[in-house]
Design a protein around this ligand. Structure first.
Ligand SMILES: *Cc1c(COP(=O)(O)O)cnc(C)c1O
Length: 361
């Protein structure tokens, strides 16, 4: 069986480094808000080319904290792609804001910048872009709109650690960016984890305080904050894996290139990219009219696939008020998409086998 993502194999490459770093934490007996967070924050900020990084408990918290610290709430609208993972939309709702859904571009699967302006109202406060499947959003039009209408721009970078837009890294393309380190992400820990990157010192300080019970110094609470921390063990694991992230992403690019050059089946629509460096191929999503049949056929031939995602947010029970709305591009994507295995530990014989089986479909 070619499994979709062999996490054990991915992480066991770093076994020795992880063992000794965790042993150091045990020796020290310091588990939260310590040296490991300091080191990882510094290194992740440098990686993303940003001034600040704050480790938090997960990606959803990172999104939530950015919106909360920006002061947005009831009555405020935030623009977001209709085909994102539901977390992006939940973070907007959980702050009392109204998510305003915009259709993606069928070619990139990212928000269609040409459809944003029509959705801007006097209540619009921000555009939340999502670098979906590992591909950075083409930001220029979004920056232009933000300037024209005085909006904030935020990034959901949970699927795109290390991707670029032109010569800038994801995480450094907006006022603040949210990352998730869920185990299956391109940079994943061994539990839950997340981070926020920003160049805005004031926003950083506010997010840091809110994430720590609203406290800017011990027992002094200036906001009604939350508790959202990245623990020391996760920070240490992430700091080790960060060193290999560019290399791992390059491996993903090579697999994607191989798939794109060698999959030749008229029934399969391959993903497109605007720029090779823009993409870190968190998932390799193809489309086909006979998705269920295709998935079953791959399974019978020993290839595991996953659908990212079978049901769009506006068709979910959590958003009943939207269930009758129509977002045809989003629906087309959700009805036809399926992700092939891609990971830094896939062997050439596995990659070739995927191509062979897909071509025979
Ligand atoms: C994974 C993911 C999140 C949420 O991250 P968690 O760490 O699971 O909370 C948010 N947005 C997108 C696009 C994701 O893929």
């Amino acid at each position: 069986m070619i499994i979709f993502l062999d996490l054990k194999k991915i992480n066991n490459r770093f076994r020795n480094e992880i063992d000794s770093r965790i042993a150091k934490i045990l020796d020290k007996g310091w588990y939260l808000q310590g040296e490991e967070n300091e080191i990882f924050s510094k290194n992740f900020a440098a990686f993303c080319q940003t001034k600040y990084t704050l480790g938090v408990a997960n990606g959803l918290d990172a999104l939530n904290l950015i919106i909360k610290a920006s002061g947005f709430g009831v009555g405020d609208e935030i623009i977001v792609p209709a085909n994102t993972y539901i977390a992006t939309i939940l973070a907007i709702s959980q702050n009392g804001c109204t998510p305003v859904l915009v259709e993606p571009d069928i070619n990139t699967y990212n928000i269609n910048p040409d459809l944003i302006e029509a959705k801007i109202t006097p209540k619009t406060k921000a555009i939340m872009v999502v670098h979906l499947y590992g591909q950075a959003v083409q930001m220029q039009k979004i920056w232009d709109l933000a300037k024209k209408y005085n909006l904030k721009v935020f990034e959901d970078s949970a699927q795109a650690h290390g991707a670029y837009y032109k010569d800038k890294r994801v995480g450094n393309l907006s006022d603040a960016s949210a990352f998730s380190f869920y185990p299956g992400k391109n940079l994943g820990c061994m539990g839950d984890g997340g981070a926020i990157t920003t160049n805005d010192e004031e926003l950083y300080k506010k997010i840091k305080a809110i994430a720590n019970y609203g406290s800017d110094r011990k027992y002094h609470h200036i906001y009604k904050g939350v508790n959202s921390r990245l623990d020391e063990i996760q920070a240490a694991i992430l700091d080790i894996k960060l060193k290999y992230l560019d290399e791992d992403n390059q491996k993903r690019r090579e697999i994607a290139k191989y798939y794109r050059e060698n999959i030749k089946n008229k029934k399969i629509i391959l993903p497109k990219t605007c720029d090779e460096k823009a993409h870190v191929w968190h998932v390799f999503a193809v489309r086909t009219e006979n998705r269920d049949e295709f998935q079953e056929y791959l399974k019978n031939n020993g290839i595991q696939t996953i659908i990212h995602y079978p049901t769009p947010p506006h068709k979910q029970g959590a958003y009943k008020e939207w269930n009758n709305l129509s977002y045809p591009v989003t629906e087309e994507i959700h009805n036809t998409i399926v992700s092939l295995p891609i990971s830094p530990v896939m062997e050439q014989d596995e990659i070739s086998r995927v191509v062979e089986v897909v071509n025979d479909f």
